[in-house]
Design a protein around this ligand. Structure first.
Ligand SMILES: NC(=O)c1ccc[n+]([C@@H]2O[C@H](COP(=O)([O-])OP(=O)(O)OC[C@H]3O[C@@H](n4cnc5c(N)ncnc54)[C@H](OP(=O)(O)O)[C@@H]3O)[C@@H](O)[C@H]2O)c1
Length: 248
């Protein structure tokens, strides 16, 4: 069974993923805040799918969405946490509101969703949890206050979940994309190597889901190069960043 709660389904990668998964026979419960976009997507995909609007910063709306899923399907087999918020944010121009929003949507929101669904998955002794992280979570990058920490948190959370939930037959997948052209990256003023379309990103995510590996990243060359940076000594890593930023 492929009853799937896709959180962050209205735009960008999530919307393309919804279309791709529906064509592969997944039954989707679609969450995000924009109810009109969710309803349009639900009608486009067909009557077996559900629009369950929710704000991941508001547990009450998530509880209502979860209750609707339980009432309709009695449970889920897959959860995909894709909701995300990003604003370029440097520490020398600190914007606390943006930094808090990034942590709250990208990381704390995942905890809120999981707090609802994990007990049910434990009871049914199976399930899959897919967390959409980012290669920005591998190491500290410039102008990534809030976002980088939220995605490093997601990477860590995926490892915590894997430790705790594998005895219950619950499979965890962490998928870290590189740059994808969406309304979020449209805010970037720097050049983004290997920029992908949301449709190609969704294809890569679906391929990763089929492979069932714990961690995947894409696009292959760029994402692996960024991951390798994790193993560089800090002195070399920060020297490279300094050269890139042309700092004094
Ligand atoms: N684009 C990239 O280059 C890139 C790279 C690596 C990782 N990612 C990650 O991929 C995921 C999708 O990003 P995207 O680029 O596709 O962004 P996007 O086009 O802005 O889509 C983000 C999705 O999250 C939902 N969302 C945002 N805030 C929410 C909230 N408070 N409650 C519920 N849903 C919320 C949005 O729906 P509503 O606005 O309707 O609520 C939307 O469906 C994010 O986790 C992002 O960090 C993106």
């Amino acid at each position: 069974m492929n009853r799937t709660w896709l959180v962050g389904a209205s735009e960008g990668i999530g919307r393309s993923l919804a279309i791709g998964l529906a064509s592969k026979g997944y039954k989707l419960a679609l969450s995000a805040r924009q109810t009109d976009r969710l309803s349009n997507l639900e009608s486009q995909l067909g009557p077996e799918h559900l629009a369950v609007p929710a704000d991941v910063r508001d547990q009450t709306t998530l509880q209502q969405a979860w209750q609707k899923i339980i009432d309709e399907w009695s449970g889920v087999d897959v959860i995909i946490y894709n909701a995300g918020y990003y604003r370029p944010a440097a520490a020398d121009n600190f914007n606390l509101e943006d930094a808090e929003a990034m942590i709250d949507v990208n990381l704390t929101g995942a905890l809120r969703v999981l707090s609802l669904a994990i007990p049910a998955m434990i009871k049914q002794k199976r399930g899959k949890i897919v967390l959409i992280g980012s290669i920005a979570g591998y190491r500290g990058l410039p102008s990534a206050i809030g976002y980088g920490a939220s995605k490093a948190g997601i990477i860590h959370l995926a490892e915590n979940l894997r430790c705790d939930l594998s005895p219950y037959g619950i499979h965890i997948q962490l998928i870290n994309p590189g740059f994808v052209k969406t309304r979020l990256t449209d805010l970037n003023t720097f050049s983004m190597p290997f920029l992908m379309s949301p449709e190609d990103a969704a294809e890569s995510i679906m391929r990763s889901m089929e492979k069932n590996k714990f961690e995947s990243r894409f696009p292959w060359l760029f994402a692996n190069a960024v991951k390798l940076m994790r193993y560089l000594p800090s002195s070399i890593y920060f020297a490279l960043i300094k050269r890139q930023k042309k700092l004094p």
